[in-house]
Design a protein around this ligand. Structure first.
Ligand code: 1PR
Length: 535
């Protein structure tokens, strides 16, 4: 019957649910969008991906009457799957924007992770869950990792025990999923959890589809360290969009023709890295600083196509700033970011514009609220905003020689210098700015960045290892996750950066593009070194 292939989706328009739509379609289902409360009551199976913040979501549900319809749908024990905020909204209230009253179906209050003991918040990444009762849709997951991204969580208690079907450990044990009859909700993102996540969705959509395995007991685990594949993308001289790779940011071949190095097609490579086990894929539109990304339609097209087949988080960066085109039409950075999100990005990454915002903030000591970073993080949440830092090492004989934070370096400079500071750059490393990576990282955290992508121009493409001094400096200074980038040349470089610094993820480009080191070998090596990874 036609009806069997239709899923009703409650998307109240507060953010990007393209990833979920892609996953549902990938599994062979059509989507019917809820327009009015009666569509909820008529649904055969309903998915509710909560996005945005708790307060505004409840406002919409209350104003439209959808909240009431949802409650009666759930009370009738009809097939329901809530995702992320779609789980939290079922509880009595949340401390986010509040306290704010929730739908009140499940006893308990949703609270923020406690970062006072150095816990990095948001909880971003792959973590394993502990199944506490037969959850049907989680059957067979075992101790495999699923993808979380959130700052708030509900806690298990005696009052909600009958609902809780699994927990996850991050700082404390929080509720990873609930189940009662046909009503399910998960705190993680099945649509971004690779094969495991797709199997959860498949079980919900068709409970008979997967051979019913006995629920496997997951073992408690820590948040896994992530391995990220990065695709630097730009148009070459022939006008084709290619994946390129720089040598200290210089992406041109040292030949007579001086052409842009071409390492493959963006969509193909992204799909390949997903299959190879990358925990995330990042696209950096490296000429975004001069080519306006909304004019650069191929990049949006790349994102749309890549997101149809890649079910791990996708980040895109390059060119996020306010812009006035040749016809005098003004685009805000928020519009640029929204277009990236609509095209399939889960996170956006800001480079140059974040440097200007941080400089301004440090000068005036006031948060204007107008920077791209602040605006995007206000609308999409800080977990969706990465700041990409492109620093260059500047050696010093004496730390007093600069006003910026400097460190004693492990390997002295060419003239025996014992110290260095890390100068931020803009426009793909073309211009140095009067701000250090340390000052920038702390400022952007305050302005609303959820994560830092920490490159190092000196190490980029060199294959000699990450700049451990720099990564340690920054990952100790902020309480948001730091992605170590630039310089990976061998598997040991990954274990080194994870054992010596607080980096949450490590990103590489060249070694994956040139097929020198497969992602799987990196993971196996980390596992052997006793570092938790998603296999
Ligand atoms: O300033 O907001 O338009 O963003 C531009 C973005 O493009 C920034 O994130 C900036 O890092 C990036 N970018 C600009 N120019 C280059 C270049 O290479 N010429 N790429 C560039 C940055 C660094 C990493 C690279 C790692 C790992 N590339 O993306 O993938 O260094 O490489 P490796 O493993 O081969 O060593 P805006």
């Amino acid at each position: 019957a036609v009806d069997d292939s239709v899923v009703t989706l409650l998307d109240y328009g507060a953010g990007n649910v393209r990833s979920l739509r892609n996953a549902i379609r990938f599994l062979g289902y059509d989507i019917k969008d809820v327009q009015k409360p009666v569509d909820i009551l008529n649904a055969k199976r309903l998915i509710f991906p909560g996005v945005g913040a708790f307060g505004p979501a409840m406002d919409v549900l209350n104003k439209t009457g959808m909240g009431e319809a949802l409650c009666s749908y759930i009370e009738q024990d009809r097939p329901f799957l809530g995702i992320c905020l779609g789980l939290q909204l079922l509880f009595e209230s949340s401390e986010e924007n509040g306290p704010v009253k929730g739908l009140g179906m499940i006893p308990g209050v949703v609270g923020r992770f406690d970062s006072s003991n150095g816990l990095q918040v948001p909880h971003i990444g792959w973590n394993a869950i502990q199944i506490t009762k037969d959850s049907q849709i989680l059957d067979g997951i075992g101790s495999r990792h699923v993808y979380f991204v959130h700052s708030y969580r509900a806690m298990p208690s005696d009052d909600n025990r009958e609902w809780v079907s699994s927990t996850c450990n991050y700082g404390d044990n929080f509720i990873a999923s609930i189940r009662r009859g046909n009503v399910h909700a998960v705190q993680f993102h099945p649509e971004k959890s690779g094969d495991v996540g797709l199997s959860v969705l498949r079980r919900f959509l068709n409970p008979k589809s997967e051979t019913s395995k006995k629920p496997v007991q997951g073992k408690a685990s820590k948040l896994a360290k992530r391995v990220i594949a990065c695709l630097d993308v730009r148009t070459n001289d022939k006008g084709d969009l290619v994946v390129t790779k720089g040598d200290q940011y210089d992406v041109r071949e040292h030949t007579k023709e001086n052409e842009v190095r071409n390492l493959g097609k963006p969509v193909d490579l992204a799909g390949q890295y997903y299959k190879d086990g990358a925990d995330e894929v990042s696209f950096l539109n490296i000429t975004g600083f001069r080519d306006f990304p909304l004019g650069d339609l191929p990049m949006l097209q790349v994102l749309r196509h890549a997101s149809e087949n890649v079910f791990v988080p996708l980040t895109v960066g390059g060119g996020i700033r306010d812009f006035t085109d040749a016809n005098g039409r003004y685009y805000s950075s928020l519009e640029v970011a929204s277009e990236y999100f609509r095209s399939g990005a889960d996170k956006i990454s800001i480079g140059s514009d974040a440097v200007y915002a941080a400089e301004e903030y440090l000068k005036t000591k006031v948060k204007s609220g107008r920077s791209s970073l602040e605006q995007i993080s206000r609308v999409y949440g800080n977990q969706a905003v990465v700041v990409s830092i492109d620093p260059r090492r500047v050696y010093l004989n004496d730390p007093k020689d600069v006003e910026f934070k400097s460190i004693r370096v492990t390997n002295p400079g060419p003239n025996g210098e014992q110290y260095a500071w890390y100068q931020c750059t803009v426009n793909g490393g073309r211009e140095g700015r009067p701000i250090g990576a340390y000052e920038l990282a702390k400022a952007v955290e305050e302005l609303g960045a959820g994560e830092i992508l920490l490159n190092c121009i000196d190490c980029d493409g060199q294959g000699k290892g990450f700049d451990v001094d720099l990564i340690k400096l920054i990952s100790d200074a902020v309480s948001i996750p730091v992605i170590a980038s630039s310089g990976a040349g061998a598997v040991d470089h990954f274990s080194e950066v994870f054992s010596k610094t607080n980096a949450s993820a490590a990103l590489a480009a060249g070694i994956f593009h040139r097929k020198e080191v497969p992602i799987q070998s990196v993971k196996e090596h980390l596992l052997q070194a006793g570092i938790e990874v998603r296999i």
